[in-house]
Each structure stands twice: as structure tokens, then as C-alpha cells.
Design a protein around this ligand. Structure first.
Ligand code: GUN
Ligand code: ZN
Length: 450
């Protein structure tokens, strides 16, 4: 426990129970520990409580400043939503009665077209950032719309409220049934360049652009190539959708006859890198998963959406067996819930449905799903050097959970230990149990204005 950062001062010290994942353990429960956060928002130490006096001398904090967690409280890493359409939040919870391609043209594109209006964008984007933060999403990988200024506004709001975010201005130049909702190829490239330049110029420490071709059916081959070049030249993240429905997979075969598979379309356009995350992947073949592994690209599993608009069932176990990085996504508004707790529950339901169909299928455990929502998500977004678990040197992105809040959704009974308390929170808890949220050491929930 040597103090190796001589300039850092300690901003917070917590004492109590810490729950997180490591590459080796899906859930590690650290009881009677102390965790220190420095004034840069990084985890400075995590040690046994018995060493607190020497820690306070080494790090120069007062033991009276320690925040003591109660018996029914714990800290866990902030959750990582690897796929969410901020622009679709206005109709989350509705419009789930059509399959994907009709759903896009009937509900999605007409709503997304409205983000030309910055007042509308400000209202929805403020609400989605606040709602997801309150529900424990400290990192979000957002789709915005084709509108550069509204997409920049989403980045500004994430920074202001204190959410780590990748923000994507959507790119699409074909196959939209809504004439006012698509761009010309040249406009799309110019606006993508402007979006990236302007967002990077803001120098938000935790908000970055992500290159965002909507999906292969919405993009010409030349647009996909341009976007691959922009992403590679600037070392940027890439996000899109892949193999969500069988109908879409068939459509891609007809639109890109020279490509061997849907994955091959993105591969040929240089869009598969270790900073790429592709949503859904329900119908990917083992051969395609092999390409994901080789390129270091990740899958975002969006189970609420997969079920709600009847797209498909992803076999997460198979993806993990292929050593492909995988995180969870809410996919609002194809998924009706903005909560990552819901994404975890739907992931378990989907895995259990696969076990019902095939008893040989090895069902995911709640511990594994906890890891997917935290460390797994950070790996899928290649942000695991910064967030995802409680490791010295990483940013302190954390939730303070209290399973015993007054009038809360959880009842406890004698003899229930920390693992049962965690399981109850994951299955029964909600935002009432998330009493504080920290991102990079800054307390962002409760909101300063409440
Ligand atoms: N594929 C292309 N666009 C979308 C979208 O907005 N939502 C979902 N679920 N799939 C898509
Ligand atoms: Zn999506």
C-alpha cells in the first residue's frame, strides 16, 4: 500500500462492503474494506479496514472524514449501457407492435426527424441523461440522430450532468421511407467530420464521439468506406447494428451480394476494430463470431429489444465461448426500459428460455450477468482501462446501494448475507435503492438541483 502518487490528495474515503467483478471472479465481495478516491477522481487504494490508521497517515486524510456504509449498503461499479438510442427515449414504453424494418419506418424515423428542433432535442436528451444516471448508468454508448447540432447538445448534457458517454451522430444515406430523414452521402461525410471535430474541441474529459453508421441497409457502400476511414484515421470508436432479425440478414445479402456475410460487410469496409461495438447479433454464425474475436470487436446484447420487437434470441453463452467481448444494452426504445437492472433481468430470462429449449444449455448465473453489466460493458467499449471495477488507478464510477430504503421494493429477512442482498437488489431493486452515483469521483446523483 505504498503511496505512489505524491501529488494526489484524497477526496473521498468509503468504508464498508464493496462488490465488483474481476476477470477471474464474476462477483467479488470485499467486506470490512476502505476505498480511497483521489482528487482526480481515481481510485487511490482499496484495503482492509484494519489498516485504516496507517492509510490515513500515508494518504493524509482524517479518519473522521470516512463515509461509513451501513449494514444494508454496498458500493458497486457504475453500470455500462453499451447501446441506447437517446433520441428514441420520448416513445420508450410504446410502439412495440411491429417488426424491426416496419418499426423503423413507422415509428423511429418520423420521431428522429424531429431533432432538427433543438428545443425538442434539449427536452428529450436532458430527460434521458437524468433518467439513466438515476438508474445507475455511469457510462452510456448513445445513438443520437443525423442532426449534428442536436448530437453535440447530447454530448454537452452528458458532460454537464456527469455521465461518461460515447455519442454518435447517426449516418444514413439510403432506404429511409421518411424522405426528410436521410442525408446525401456528401452531407453525411461533411457533417460527421464537423461533429467529430466540434465534439473533440470541447475537450470534455469523459465524453467522446463514436462513428455511427446506422446499419448496413441504411448505408451505401461508399458511405461505409468513408466512415471506416474516418474511424481508423482518428482512432475512434465505431457502433452499429448487426444481424438483429432474419429479415434484415436476408436484406443485407441482396444489398451487398459481394460479401460473404453481414459481418463481412463491415469487415470489408474497415469498420471492425477493437473499438467497435455491434448491437444485437442474434443471428450471427460461429464463423462470423470468429471474425469478431479476431478483430477484437464486441457485441452489445439487447435482450429487452430482442424480445419486445420479436427480433431473435442471442445465445450469450455461445458468444462468450467464442471469446468475443460482450456487454449489455437497453436499446431504448426497441427495448422499453432505460434501466440496466432491467437489461440484466432480461438477459437472465433469455438465457433461461434457451435452457428450456435445450436443457444442455448452460444458463447464465446472476453473478455472470452482473459482470456483463459492469466490467463486461467497459471491455466491450474498450474503456476497461478507465472504468468497470474497483481497481487502483481506474476512475471511481460507482453506485451507493441501500437495499433497505424506507418504502423501498425489497424486504430482508434474518441471516441474509451480502451475496443474497446483491441478488435481491439485482432482481428486485430499482432507482430508489441507488442513493448516490459517482462518475470519475464526482457525485452526480442526487442531482445538485434537487
Ligand atoms: N437497426 C437500425 N436502426 C435501429 C434502431 O434504431 N433500433 C434497433 N433496435 N435496430 C436498428
Ligand atoms: Zn439499436
Amino acid at each position: 500500500m505504498n503511496r505512489n502518487h505524491t501529488t494526489a490528495r484524497i477526496a473521498h474515503v468509503f468504508s464498508g462492503t464493496f462488490v465488483h467483478s474481476t476477470p477471474r471472479a464474476a462477483v467479488e465481495i470485499l467486506q470490512n474494506c476502505v476505498l480511497g478516491v483521489d482528487d482526480k477522481g481515481k481510485i487511490a487504494f482499496i484495503e482492509k479496514h484494519q489498516d485504516v490508521v496507517s492509510l490515513s497517515e500515508i494518504w493524509g486524510f482524517e479518519t473522521s472524514d470516512i463515509k461509513q456504509l451501513g449494514q444494508y449498503e454496498f458500493l458497486m461499479p457504475g453500470m455500462v449501457d453499451t447501446h441506447i438510442h437517446a433520441s428514441q427515449y420520448s416513445y420508450a414504453g410504446t410502439a412495440l407492435d411491429l417488426p424491426l424494418l416496419e418499426w423503423l419506418n413507422t415509428y423511429t424515423f418520423p420521431v428522429e426527424a424531429k431533432y432538427k428542433d433543438l428545443d425538442f432535442a434539449n427536452d428529450v436528451y436532458t430527460k434521458v441523461v437524468r433518467r439513466t444516471l438515476k438508474n445507475g448508468t455511469t457510462t452510456a454508448c448513445y445513438f443520437a440522430t443525423i442532426h449534428t447540432d442536436a448530437s453535440l447538445l447530447l454530448g454537452e448534457l452528458a458532460d454537464r450532468f456527469g455521465q461518461r458517454a460515447l455519442v454518435g451522430k447517426v449516418c444514413m444515406d439510403c432506404n429511409s421511407a421518411v424522405p426528410q430523414y436521410k442525408e446525401s452521402p456528401s452531407e453525411c461525410k461533411e457533417e460527421t467530420d464537423r461533429f467529430i471535430k466540434e465534439l473533440l474541441k470541447k475537450e470534455y474529459p469523459n465524453v467522446k464521439p463514436v462513428v455511427t453508421p446506422r446499419f448496413a441497409p441504411s448505408c451505401s457502400s461508399s458511405l461505409l468506406s468513408e466512415l471506416g476511414e474516418i474511424a481508423n484515421n482518428n482512432k475512434l470508436h465505431v457502433q452499429s447494428h448487426i444481424s438483429e432479425t432474419k429479415e434484415e440478414v436476408e436484406l443485407v445479402k441482396t444489398l451487398f451480394p459481394g460479401c460473404k456475410s453481414y459481418t463481412d460487410v463491415y469487415l470489408k469496409h474497415n469498420l471492425l476494430t477493437d473499438r467497435t461495438v455491434m448491437a444485437h447479433g442474434c443471428h450471427l454464425t460461429d464463423e462470423e463470431l470468429e471474425i469478431f474475436r479476431e478483430t477484437g470487436s464486441a457485441v452489445s446484447h439487447c435482450p429487452n429489444s430482442n424480445i419486445s420487437i420479436c427480433s431473435g434470441i442471442l445465445n450469450v453463452r455461445n458468444v462468450l465461448n467464442h471469446k468475443v467481448k460482450l456487454g449489455l444494452g437497453t436499446d431504448v426504445a426497441g427495448g422499453y426500459s432505460p434501466s440496466m437492472l432491467d437489461a440484466m433481468r432480461r438477459t437472465l430470462d433469455t438465457s433461461k428460455a434457451l435452457t428450456i429449449q435445450d436443457p444442455q444449455h448452460k444458463t447464465l448465473s446472476f453473478e455472470e450477468v452482473f459482470r456483463l453489466a459492469t466490467l463486461g460493458g467497459s471491455e466491450a467499449l474498450s474503456l476497461d482501462d478507465q472504468t468497470g471495477n474497483f481497481v487502483v488507478g481506474k476512475d471511481f464510477d460507482a453506485l451507493r446501494v441501500n437495499v433497505c430504503v424506507p418504502d423501498g421494493p425489497i424486504d430482508l429477512f434474518p441471516g441474509e448475507g451480502p451475496k443474497v442482498i446483491l441478488e435481491k437488489f439485482l432482481n428486485l431493486g430499482d432507482d430508489r435503492n441507488i442513493t448516490e452515483v459517482y462518475m470519475a469521483g464526482r457525485r452526480v446523483v442526487p442531482f445538485p438541483d434537487t
